[in-house]
Write a protein that binds this ligand. Sequence first.
Ligand SMILES: Cc1cc2nc3c(=O)[nH]c(=O)nc-3n(C[C@H](O)[C@H](O)[C@H](O)COP(=O)(O)OP(=O)(O)OC[C@H]3O[C@@H](n4cnc5c(N)ncnc54)[C@H](O)[C@@H]3O)c2cc1C
Length: 475
Amino acid sequence: MTERPHLAVVGAGPAGLAGALAAAADGVRVTLLDAAEQAGGQFYRQPAAALGARRPQALHHQWRTWERLRDALDRHVGAGRVAHLADHHVWCVEGDSGAFTVYALRGPAQERGVAVSADAVLLATGGYERVLPFPGWTLPGVVTAGGAQAMLKGGLVLPGRTAVVAGTGPLLLPVATTLAAAGARVAALVESADPRALPRRAAALAAQPGKLAEGAWYAGQLLRHGVRTLTRHTVVEAHGTDRLEAVTVAALGRDGHPKTGGTRRIPCDTLAIGHGMLPHTDLAETLGCTLSGTDVRVDDEQRTDVPGVWAAGEATGIGGAALALAEGHIAGRSIAARLHGTAPDPRRWAAAARARTRSREFFAALDTLYSPPGGWPDLITDDTVVCRCEEITAGQVRTAVGTLGATDPRTVKLLTRAGMGWCQGRMCGPAVAGLAGCAFTPGRRPFARPVPLGVLAELPGQEPDGSAPAVADRH
Ligand SMILES: Cc1cc2nc3c(=O)[nH]c(=O)nc-3n(C[C@H](O)[C@H](O)[C@H](O)COP(=O)(O)OP(=O)(O)OC[C@H]3O[C@@H](n4cnc5c(N)ncnc54)[C@H](O)[C@@H]3O)c2cc1C
């Protein structure tokens, strides 16, 4: 009997799950690796089992879709078609053309190595939040918008009693409404975008009536919970001594700078802030996949330009869970056909392809609407820490640019250490680029995660921890 081809999927969010299920249903052996303890990704993040949540669906949208994904995953795992390696943090994928090795660190301590061999790889690593600095943003009580959502969905805890949700992007709506529904007082939703721009994108938005209904539902929830919405406003400062006590919010003028005299102070103990999302591209870049701007470039089958590597979901561009599901499904079908040596038949994913087109058009229209205010770098005072890992201030970055002549983030990094710390510039990269006056481009990093030296030392000529063949051959 010939062995079934083997696919490694990195990421068990909507894209990775849809890809794994489609490939497994078409006779591919799948290993699904994810850093989280449970499948679901960001959108379907589940509460820790030990919390014994009675109604986890209360914090979610599209719960039926999640049940369908979860049950199908359980069936495939039970039948030995899919191995789900939870709590596996992938730090590198290497190989090409049908012979790949996925390297992961296992468990919460991330000190033990695992290697998985595969004939093809699907990168479904999702995205992360962009947060731009401002005075006071390092105070305890200031969290990212998605982080507040993750605390609630994953830990069933509120980040505080009185919250301001701020920044820009559609994610602010679920965050504000979920916090309010869970019992927090949401003092304001502060959005820097201008809703008057919406009618100009009416055609693309109207093509997605489901999304418009979702938007109307959020608007109703904000009204119901008495959440004040301030559009064309931005947070210019967070105040407090030991922790957050209030924020100052300013109205924005046409040039994206705060209007004179247009500020107000809002008392709060939590600021949930986000300025949009960026795709995770580390693993794709290590493999040599071409990026389009900040996104992994893919073709109609979700193939990257590296043979044997597919990508789906927010790694290929920010577009929400429905787009991630559609792209993952297409990738899974395409991978199965190609691993079986047959020509993929696009009719087998026609519905997903239509959903993909509609979602991409919708989010392209939204993208032009939601962007940080043009004058945001000017709001960062010199003493504001920009790189939190290395504690580098905006003043130091400005000196590197203005006095020492740096013209790009890489030179700023060499002169100041901004971006050299634990997060390797994932958090501060967009801010440093903005202060240096250039466009943000993802930094190239050989490893997607910090790796203990002991794990690297074990690599050559042997199985990383003795469990590698077991993982690769487990099903
Ligand atoms: C913090 C956060 C909160 C969000 N909350 C909402 C929300 O409430 N509502 C909403 O509509 N949208 C939300 N979004 C957007 C939402 O994530 C997407 O629309 C959708 O989940 C995208 O699906 P995906 O499969 O592409 O990525 P994700 O759902 O992000 O899944 C990616 C998965 O890959 C895993 N992963 C990434 N890198 C590695 C690695 N190196 N090794 C192992 N595993 C890895 C992650 O653990 C994750 O499970 C949120 C996004 C973020 C970042």
